[in-house]
Design a binder for this molecule. Structure first.
Ligand SMILES: NC(=O)c1ccc[n+]([C@@H]2O[C@H](COP(=O)([O-])OP(=O)(O)OC[C@H]3O[C@@H](n4cnc5c(N)ncnc54)[C@H](O)[C@@H]3O)[C@@H](O)[C@H]2O)c1
Ligand SMILES: N[C@H](C(=O)O)[C@H](O)COP(=O)(O)O
Length: 341
């Protein structure tokens, strides 16, 4: 198959997305990066490069394939005009349409076979929500964009690093809503999509999945809560009956130390922070957020917009670099398996 570049979205232009995109491009040779192009505003990128004292030539492209020829000499940009003044660290809802438009365009290009995968720069959920964006984050929005008419996709958030891979079974919701959202059906669905994702993208045919409990000590035999027995264990039994390698529910507080981590390929946790605190503690610099359950590959850095350090030169591109690499690997593995990439 002809080489296709990765489509990188602008994210919130007032955040560190422009900084880490520029810094990643400067490390394209040293880090042997796959070819990518940015869906973003060339003026914003040129201004941020000036502010950061980086020499980054920009080349405007009209088609993704042009990125292949120019990536070695310039940062390829398919222009998406922000339409408002951009000040690092000062997000503006007026940029919301462009931020969202870049995501939609990236998905269209990947689904049209012109780019190999979507890599997203961080967005601010509060900025987009205030501008009327109806999704809690990229994960849910990409599932809506990826669904065929009449289809509902269930997206699974995977945070991946060498030390640890985690999936939060419930994602972006208030802690109070987790209890009602957590059902045996949701857990089983997430188990199946995770196992399928590991076969397709990580070359692990029989991944070992370990589930946390919800309560302290995984409920301590029902004395500290019964969700483990009523809701989680039945999902584990059903998954085992399907031939999947699933264990738990394990007490979450002792699942993430070094020797425990050797016993599974991925930990599935009941809510966002139960999963993301351990991985962001162990691998904040190099963790990658990937979405499973979509008809295309999507990754992103594991961090957010970091408005306070935008334009300061302190933003590390390490997680974005890992996200670009993982997107490239995942799309190649999916293509090799003959699956939609
Ligand atoms: N994929 C995404 O779009 C995504 C992911 C996470 C958070 N967010 C959003 O980002 C916004 C800010 O979230 P937050 O403050 O909780 O998390 P954050 O990741 O933006 O920042 C947390 C801390 O880490 C630092 N940091 C983050 N990235 C860094 C980098 N590359 N180099 C050096 N330091 C870095 C920040 O300065 C801050 O101290 C929120 O609106 C949140 O919803 C978006
Ligand atoms: N929960 C993610 C994290 O903390 O890293 C983050 O908010 C990303 O969400 P989306 O990829 O859905 O935007």
């Amino acid at each position: 198959m002809t080489e296709r570049p990765l489509a990188l979205t602008m994210g919130d232009p007032a955040g560190i997305g422009p900084d880490i995109t520029l810094a990643a491009w400067t490390r394209r040779d040293a880090d042997a990066l796959p070819v990518f192009f940015l869906l973003g505003d060339p003026d914003v990128m040129a201004a941020r490069a000036d502010l950061l004292g980086l020499t980054v030539p920009i080349e405007i492209i009209e088609e993704p394939e042009e990125a292949i020829g120019c990536f070695s000499r310039a940062l390829p940009i398919m222009p998406v005009a922000v339409g408002c003044k951009v000040e690092p660290g000062k997000p503006d809802e007026a940029a919301a349409a462009a931020i969202q438009g870049a995501i939609e365009q990236a998905v269209d290009l990947v689904r049209g076979g012109l780019a190999s995968a979507v890599v997203t720069n961080p967005i601010s959920k509060v900025v987009l929500t205030r501008a009327g964006f109806p999704h809690p984050g990229h994960t849910e929005y990409l599932a809506a964009l990826g669904a065929e008419p009449g289809e509902t996709l269930h997206p699974v958030m995977l945070l991946a690093s060498k030390a640890l891979k985690v999936v939060p079974i419930t994602i972006h919701m208030p802690l109070q809503a987790v209890h009602d959202a957590l059902t045996t059906e949701l857990i089983l669905k997430t188990i199946r999509i995770t196992a399928d994702g590991f076969r397709r993208y990580f070359e692990i045919e029989q991944p070992r999945l370990a589930l946390t409990g919800l309560n302290p000590h995984a409920g301590e035999d029902g004395t500290l809560g019964d969700e483990e027995e009523r809701i989680i264990a039945p999902a584990i039994e059903a998954a085992k009956a399907e031939g999947l390698d699933v264990s738990g529910p394990h007490p979450a507080d002792t699942m993430f130390h070094a020797s425990a981590r050797e016993t599974y390929d991925v930990a599935l946790a009941m809510y966002h922070d139960q999963a993301l605190i351990p991985i962001k503690t162990l691998a904040f610099e190099t963790g990658v957020n990937a979405t499973l359950g979509l008809p295309f590959v999507r990754t992103s850095p594991d961090h957010g917009t970091a408005f306070a350090i935008a334009g300061s030169g302190r933003a590390s591109p390490a997680s974005l670099i890992e996200a670009l690499r993982l997107a490239d690997t995942m799309s190649k593995r999916a293509a090799a398996k003959g699956a939609a990439a």
